[in-house]
Each structure stands twice: as structure tokens, then as C-alpha cells.
Design a protein around this ligand. Structure first.
Ligand SMILES: [Zn+2]
Length: 469
């Protein structure tokens, strides 16, 4: 393209844009003749989810961009500067699913020399977050377009919506009444519901499996459980990784994030089938949730337990077996545990977090306040789950391990991280992808969880309210 020609094109498009109105004028700064070294887009990925939809553009070098929201109809206009319009960019519009919660469609094309314009037509108003990420792991330079709803999705409302009266009819009337009124949630353990339902029934029932295995005796009726057990026990299930962060990858190409989501969903199903329990997934689709937000979601629903599900790789392919980890307040219980925690904590880097936005992160003071008590409970439930996993798989180590996992840092929620098996072990990878084995894992986890709650009925939640801003 000759210089004169490109200048003419620029002038033409400039005139067109001027005619189009003032809204886009700020985008018009393109020096002529800079087209020689154009950045190449290597990959485009779209991760639609109710929480937010993410579009990732990956380039060989850092991508320059400008963007703005244009109204009537609502759309996001992104100009990529010094970028070649190649087949990868051309494929972007086809990657938008009709069911995407936020994006109607995308148009992509050359806007003027050296500038590619993406017009994202939106289904509703969004609060976009657009940022770049430096190369990490297998990724090059990433430009991330996150489209958040203007009203963020509230996990508590989502949880309550899911447990509709029809669904709740299977359980007791008092639970349904509680679930349908979000205002009442903090006072779930009401004396009225305690009267309607014999208190000790649930612990006895839940311990049936344990009795069959010759394990702990079921909790005795009247053991202070009358007012305590009579509310729904809320379990936060956290399928590890997701979206841009695949987690570990098996020899046959299995992504850890796929296995963790499958097992997480099965566990949710089983928990929701229990009359006195309900489950919340920190993610229910293939998208990335930063570690801090996973914890925040669990706290928002005042979870009684946080279970992070993983299936990691290890340095040695022959490493095998299940493990359960809890947070360590000191050093890690082993070198391997420390190594694994470091790897897990890097998820935010791989998954891609906008560091420009400060999360309302957990206050440090809170961590000190109640962490010791929480750790005791974490250890108890982790032991119960490890015991059950030992019934279906060999254990990597016979005891609960400890390390500084960021995702286990809720100060007031007993938390554990379950390494279901090693995806890096070809035998375990083969089993991990079968639904039969995933079901076994979910069932074993549920048995352990129920065993723990049968012996440690959850207390009234009133003392937790203060911690939820
Ligand atoms: Zn993992």
C-alpha cells in the first residue's frame, strides 16, 4: 500500500467518522505509515457465564487498544492499534454463542490502516473491565475484555432462587419458608422450625453409612442439637480452575478444570438431595473465578463448609492417590504440600485477574480472630473426607496435609482442598474422566461431610453476621 494511498484512506475514514458523530472522535489518532510491523493475534477465546463473559485476545506482543461504550443500541467498541486483521480475528464472531448472557454478536473488521475495530453488540448494559496481562505459563500477551453486569450476580440470591418452593417441597415446610425469604436467612435457626421437626433425626440418618462401616457412633438424640441442627447446612463447592486457567493437563489431554466441574456438579446434586443441606457452586460453568472471589462467594452465602475440588499434576507421573489439604497457619506440612499450594495460588496469574480493581478482600484482622477455631473444624472434616476417599482410592498420604492455600483462607468457614487424584498419573486420569468414578468421588466426599456434621452440628449463625460487612 503506497503512502499516498494509505493517507487517502485515513482521510476518508476520518471524514466518515466525523460524519458519524462525536462519540467516536477520541479514537482517531492514527499516525500514517506505521503499518509495517503489525501485531499478530494468535488466539481468541470466549468464556460466557452468568457472572461475566470474558473475551481473550492473545498476541505475540503487547496489544494496544482503546475502547468505549456506545449507546442506542448498547455496544462496546474496541480499537486494536497496529494489529493485522487475520483469520484468527475473523473467527471471533463465530465464537459467540446465542445463549451468551451479555453478547448479542460481534463484528470485527479493518477500520482504518493498522486499526482493527471490534464492535460488541450487547444484550444489556454492562460494566466492562478491559486490561492486559503479561505472558505467563503457556500464554503470550493477553488483552482481556470482561463484560460484567451492572448489577453483579449475587451468589446468595442465586442460591435462594434455585431452591424454589416446588423444589423445597421435598424437604420440610419450614425450610421452604426460610429459603423463599432472603431477609430471614441470617436467622435460619429459628425456634419455630425446631419445633416442627424432630431435631435428632438427621444426624442419625446421616450416620447410617458410618455405622455400617463400623465407624463412629451416630450423634445421640438430645445432644444440644435441638435448636442447632434445624437449619439448612450450606456447603460451598469450589471446582478448581476454569476458563483461561485449565489447571493441570493429563497425558491424554484431560483438563483438570473439566474434571473438577463435573465432580463439583455431582456433589452439588447429592448435597441438594439431602433434606437438611444445600450447595452453592463457586462456578457452574467453564469460566475463571479469582481465588479471593471464591472465598467471598462462600462467605456471602454464610457457608458452613468450603470444599475446593482439584485433580492436580505432580512432578513424577507415578505419583498417585487422593489427598486432603487444609490451611496451615505456620509452614507447610511437607515440601510437596508447599509446592502444590504455590502452584494453586498461581491460578490467578494464569486465569487472569484485573489488578486495577481492588477486591473487597478479607481483612487481615479477621484472619487472626477466629482462624484457630476454624482450623480445628477444618481438620476434623478433612479427616472424615480423607477416610472416605481411602475407601475408594488409595491415599497419597495417610494424613491431612497443610499448606498456605489462598483459597482456604476464609476466617470463619471450615475449609478443605480435596485432591481427588493425580491427573498426571495415566491410570488415574483414565478413571477421573469416567462418570462412574466421578460419582464415587462425590459420594465419598458427601459421606465424609455428613459424618462431620453428624458429630459437629452447625451452630446458629447469628455471630457470623457481623463479619459480613
Ligand atoms: Zn488444581
Amino acid at each position: 500500500m503506497s503512502d499516498a494511498h494509505s493517507k487517502a484512506t485515513v482521510n476518508l475514514s476520518r471524514r466518515r467518522l466525523l460524519q458519524a458523530g462525536g462519540a467516536l472522535m477520541t479514537l482517531l489518532v492514527t499516525p500514517v505509515g506505521m503499518a509495517q510491523s503489525q501485531a499478530r493475534i494468535l488466539a481468541v477465546r470466549v468464556w460466557p457465564a452468568k457472572d461475566y463473559t470474558r473475551i481473550t485476545l492473545e498476541g505475540a506482543e503487547s496489544l494496544k487498544f482503546s475502547h468505549q461504550i456506545v449507546k442506542n443500541p448498547e455496544r462496546l467498541v474496541v480499537d486494536l492499534e497496529g494489529v493485522e486483521f487475520n483469520s484468527v480475528l475473523q473467527s471471533l464472531p463465530d465464537k459467540i454463542s446465542e445463549t451468551d448472557p451479555y453478547i448479542k454478536l460481534i463484528r470485527a473488521g479493518r477500520n482504518r490502516p493498522g486499526v482493527v475495530r471490534l464492535v460488541v453488540e450487547l444484550k444489556s448494559e454492562v460494566a466492562p473491565q478491559i486490561f492486559t496481562l503479561a505472558p505467563v505459563g503457556n500464554y503470550g500477551h493477553r488483552l482481556v475484555l470482561d463484560l460484567y453486569p451492572t448489577e453483579p450476580v449475587d451468589p446468595l440470591m442465586a442460591l435462594l432462587e434455585k431452591r424454589t418452593p416446588e423444589e423445597g417441597a421435598a424437604s420440610t415446610g419450614s425450610q421452604t419458608a426460610i429459603a423463599s425469604n432472603p431477609q430471614e436467612l441470617p436467622q435460619i435457626s429459628s425456634p419455630a422450625s425446631a419445633e416442627k421437626k424432630p431435631a435428632a433425626e438427621e444426624p442419625v440418618r446421616t450416620a447410617r453409612n458410618d455405622a455400617a462401616r463400623g465407624a463412629d457412633k451416630p450423634a445421640k438424640p438430645g445432644r444440644g442439637a435441638k435448636s442447632e441442627i434445624n437449619r439448612l447446612i450450606t456447603i460451598a463447592i469450589d471446582p478448581g480452575h476454569g476458563g483461561e486457567d485449565p489447571g493441570a493437563v493429563g497425558h491424554n489431554g484431560t483438563f483438570e478444570k473439566t474434571v473438577t466441574l463435573a465432580v463439583g456438579k455431582l456433589l452439588r446434586e447429592r448435597i441438594n438431595a439431602e433434606p437438611n443441606m444445600r450447595a452453592m457452586l463457586t462456578r457452574d460453568a467453564d469460566f475463571f473465578v479469582p481465588l479471593g472471589q471464591r472465598v467471598e462467594k462462600a462467605r456471602r452465602v454464610q457457608a458452613d463448609l468450603f470444599v475446593s475440588i482439584h485433580a492436580d499434576a505432580f512432578i513424577r507421573p507415578d505419583a498417585r492417590g487422593s489427598s486432603v489439604f487444609i490451611l496451615s497457619d505456620r509452614s507447610a506440612s511437607s515440601t510437596a504440600a508447599r509446592w502444590l499450594a504455590q502452584k494453586e495460588n498461581a491460578a490467578d496469574l494464569i486465569g487472569g485477574v484485573n489488578i486495577g480493581v481492588k477486591d473487597s478482600h478479607l481483612a487481615k484482622t479477621l484472619l487472626d480472630l477466629s482462624q484457630t477455631a476454624t482450623l480445628n473444624d477444618s481438620l476434623k472434616v478433612a479427616k472424615a473426607v480423607l477416610g472416605e476417599l481411602g475407601g475408594i482410592n488409595q491415599l497419597h498420604k495417610g494424613e491431612v496435609e497443610q499448606a498456605g492455600f489462598a483459597v482456604l483462607k476464609a476466617p470463619d468457614i471450615p475449609s478443605m482442598l480435596v485432591e481427588t487424584a493425580f491427573i498426571s498419573n495415566p491410570d488415574e486420569e483414565k478413571r477421573l474422566i469416567t462418570e462412574a468414578y466421578q460419582e464415587k468421588l462425590a459420594e465419598a466426599m458427601l459421606r465424609g461431610i455428613k459424618r462431620y456434621f453428624a458429630k459437629n452440628p452447625p451452630l446458629a449463625k447469628t455471630n457470623k453476621i457481623a463479619l459480613l460487612d
